[in-house]
Design a binder for this molecule. Structure first.
Ligand code: FAD
Ligand code: NAD
Length: 474
């Protein structure tokens, strides 16, 4: 029976990064994965394929709607969805193969199968009829999450689908009805809308992206509406039913009817697909938590202390399966954090500075406190905004939607939150993260020379506006 210092269960961005850091620190490390490929949700059915679809569909949308203004002409535009989908699959394969390479390079033992914890130092791994027991000093649980649904809605994976199936569609829907105007709904909704589908978003709250600064959702909704996306806000879905195949009509291969109500009024939408994107839930099925006395909280997550250790000494948990934002980079940080702690180091994670990005176009990105949070906490703050319509760089590329908003402490001028919507914000948000990690004031940023012409100048201008309302270009 093989014995390891550390065994990680789950090979998503939390698990594989934890394993690599453990190996770097000299631990004999194993990683257990139940799926045929490594990389978890993120690489197989999450971050990577969704971004590949977003990029392909964005190229097509620009060709159809913007190339003419640039003086570019073309003949016979069209989408070959099978080629597009095959490219996404190639991107995924290259990434998951990359993780397998990294495991080899770091001499990490990869064990295929479903892991069930038997004791705090042993895990049973089942692969078909084969079962083996792994002995280990420490365990890191990184089993991630799965899509949630709503009571009474059955995901049939054909017409009523989650992001996992949406990422593998081989046809452009005629009418995609999205339940949930959160990150997944808006990213995948953008993909299908760009490719020519009619897209309707049914959202329970009074705005899309309800957990982000409200100004971002409002601006994104405007631009997505221009793309033809319909929004039904403050609507509670009451039923989703499949319609049978019929030789006539728009949805002759069968479809779905989604009913929802708002203030006592019912709407009924008919489409060919309904994508349920109402959040994700921690995945702990047959993990054996009960064997070692761990109970999940009321959201199904594994409770951990400030060291990310569960109630059982030597058993840790990271990523989507514990509290905090369900983001790949948060899971990765936690993987490194636990590995370094096991090696006796004193690592640190600043949970206030985990950036969030929505890869729509324009991109949405944010870090730190929202205006709503500052108001609720009674913190006195000042704001500075800069719109991209006043940016030379944005005008040159015809990407003038959006703005950057900086929230700074009223007294000290320290930056407390940065909220961005515009082209390329996914990368620019890191300037705000660095500034806030070093506790910069808005004036610190305003006094730094930013290259011209770039989108980053808008951050400087928003900081100038926040400092004492002295932006140069508006
Ligand atoms: P996961 O990636 O879920 O990995 C868990 C792994 O554990 C899985 O491979 C699973 O098979 C395995 N496992 C579970 N139980 C067992 C067991 N008992 N035995 C063996 N193996 C087991 N985040 C971002 O930061 N940026 C994005 O752009 C982004 N886009 C996304 C797009 C979509 C469509 C989705 C669905 C998610 C996206 N996310 C994004 C979220 C991101 O994918 C997750 O936050 C991240 O994958 C969490 O990592 P993890 O390691 O905790 O778990
Ligand atoms: P989400 O929490 O972002 O959005 C869910 C949305 O569904 C919310 O707006 C919520 O108000 C709405 N909703 C809930 N119940 C509803 C109901 N009954 N009727 C109508 N609307 C309802 O969740 P998601 O979009 O499913 O994404 C899951 C997780 O995956 C997120 O936590 C996110 O962190 C992660 N993710 C991240 C990225 C990224 O970083 N770019 C991309 C995709 C997913």
């Amino acid at each position: 029976m093989e014995k390891f210092d550390v065994t990680v269960i789950g090979s998503g961005p939390g698990g594989y990064v934890a394993a690599i850091r453990c190996a770097q620190l000299g631990f004999k490390t194993a990683i257990i994965e139940r799926y045929p490929t490594l990389g978890g949700t993120c690489l197989n059915v999450g971050c990577i394929p969704s971004k590949a679809w977003l990029d392909s569909s964005e190229h097509y949308y620009k060709m159809m709607h913007e190339f003419a203004a640039h003086g570019i002409t073309y003949q016979k535009p069209g989408v070959d969805i099978k080629t597009m989908s095959a490219r996404v699959a190639d991107v995924v394969k290259a990434n998951v193969d990359g993780i397998a390479f990294l495991m080899k390079k770091n001499k990490i033992t990869v064990i295929s199968g479903h892991g069930t914890i038997k004791t705090a130092t042993s895990i049973e791994v089942a692969n078909g009829n084969d079962k083996q027991i792994i002995e280990t000093g420490k365990i890191i649980i990184a089993t991630g999450s799965k899509p949630s649904s709503l009571p009474g809605i059955e995901i049939d994976k054909e017409r009523i689908i989650t992001s996992t199936e949406a990422l593998k569609l081989q046809e452009i829907p005629k009418h995609m009805i999205l339940i949930g105007g959160g990150v997944i709904g808006l990213e995948l909704g953008s993909v299908f809308a760009r490719l020519g589908a009619k897209v309707s978003v049914v959202e329970f709250m009074d705005g899309i992206l309800p957990t982000m600064d409200k100004s971002l959702g409002k601006e994104l909704q405007k631009t997505m509406k221009r793309m033809g996306v319909d929004f039904y806000l403050k609507h509670k879905v009451t039923s989703v039913t499949k319609t049978p195949k019929s030789p006539k009509g728009d949805f002759k291969n069968g479809g779905v009817i989604v009913k929802a109500e708002s203030d006592g009024k019912e709407i009924s939408l008919e489409g060919d697909y309904c994508l349920v994107a109402v959040g994700r839930k921690a995945y702990t099925a047959e993990l054996g938590l009960e064997n070692i006395g761990i109970t999940t909280d009321n959201r199904g997550m594994i409770p951990v202390n400030e060291h990310l250790e569960t109630s059982v000494p030597g058993v840790y948990a990271i990523g989507d399966v514990i509290k905090g934002p369900m983001l790949a980079h948060k899971a990765e940080e936690e993987g490194v954090f636990v590995a370094e702690q096991l090696a006796g180091q004193k690592p640190h994670i600043n949970y206030n500075l985990i950036p969030g990005v929505v890869y729509t176009w324009p991109e949405v990105a944010a870090v730190g406190q929202t205006e709503e949070q500052l108001k609720a906490a009674g913190i006195a703050y000042k704001t500075g905004s800069f719109p991209f319509k006043a940016s030379g760089r944005a005008r040159a590329s015809m990407d003038m939607d959006g703005f950057i908003k900086v929230l700074a402490d009223k007294e000290t001028d320290e930056i407390l939150g940065v909220h961005m919507i515009g082209a390329r914000m996914a990368d620019l948000v890191m300037e705000a993260v660095v500034a806030m990690e070093y506790r910069a004031s808005a004036e610190d940023i305003a006094r730094m020379c930013h290259p011209h012409p770039t989108y980053s100048e808008a951050f400087k201008e928003a900081c100038l506006a926040a400092t004492d309302n002295r932006p140069i270009h508006i």
